[in-house]
Ligand binder design. Sequence first.
Ligand SMILES: [Fe+2]
Length: 400
Amino acid sequence: MSVDLRTRVDSEQAPVAAATFFRETLPALFDAHQAAIGPGGRELRLPDFCIETEGEPWTLAWQGDRVAVKAGHQGAARVRLSAEQLSDLANDQSTPVALMSNRLLDMPEGGLGDFLNWWLVLRAALDARRIHARGDVTFSGPLRKSFTPGTSDAELRAFLEEFGYLHIQGLFSEKEMAAVEADYPKAVPHYEQGDPRAWFATTKDGVEHLVRMEGFERFSPATVALIEDERFRRIGRIPGLDHAERKPGARVGALVKPIGVVKGISDVPWHKDCSLGRHSYECCSLTVGISVTGADAESGQLRVVPGTHRALVWPAPCVQPGLDLEPIDLPTRTGDVTVHLSCTLHMSQPPVRHTRKVLYTGFGQRPVDPAAAEANRLRLQAVRSKTHTSVSQPPGYLGE
Ligand SMILES: [Fe+2]
């Protein structure tokens, strides 16, 4: 079971014209992929859904176990898209969650849940993926397991592929974590309001906190020592897919999680890191969390839903209603490391008793066409850089 889930290449993206797409492309794909759509689709609430592109309405209707595409506006849910938005949606460059995050979701009738249910149907048809149905994802053992640095690569790989996450205890020492923590105040003066690499959040006492410093390794020799260490680099080799390190200057985000945030992003609700799009071009990447201080239910721990990387389900902003897969907590001690796949649903729990410090870094798949991938990534980043200032309860995508 490989965690290379890519099925598309940026340079081979097909143009999408609404009339042809709805009249010819989609009906043929719905027929071709009926077996992937039927079982999961039956479990979803799928009221007739109108997609209006540049004023041209087409309605998707669930009839029996099949999808019919009709000209015109029928039904109780409707989204209005530009031609570019339809094209990006069809080509998996964007998602309903991305539109919502950027405040571009225009739904005069119905809500995000309607769009997300139909998005699952569209993805199944467009990407030849099976919509998750109850009982599809099973496991060979308990959902919760921790490992040590002495665990073999083969065992770590097998667990990561099946469950979608890893918890490695004591990969780094308390002394190494103390050195990283000591670099926090030295880095702070390099981040100010307006810098997309600096994220701020306000607590209920009205105080504004710097909660995330992207590119932290530029100011932390202790962090550079960690990410150049074989103990860290080994993680990138666990899937056996030649994952690449992140770009210099943007390798590590250093987070502080204050208690009682009322504005800005500090704790991210349930999401897959591909929730804004590009799943079929990039997944799975690996996100690595290094616990500079420990974390538990009272201090901002990570939670994941094991197995969701194997399931076509809502990618955000909550666990899909009725999902038969269960969340688990991942409490950590100082020096522990968590790894999750970009397609594994995860969230960080708001701290209530203790603040927390954590570094997030990771490894990505090497694109087949780096230039085309970079051009499309830049367009997506425009969405990402706006979300942490414009949305107080965002869906996720945030590399944590
Ligand atoms: Fe994330």
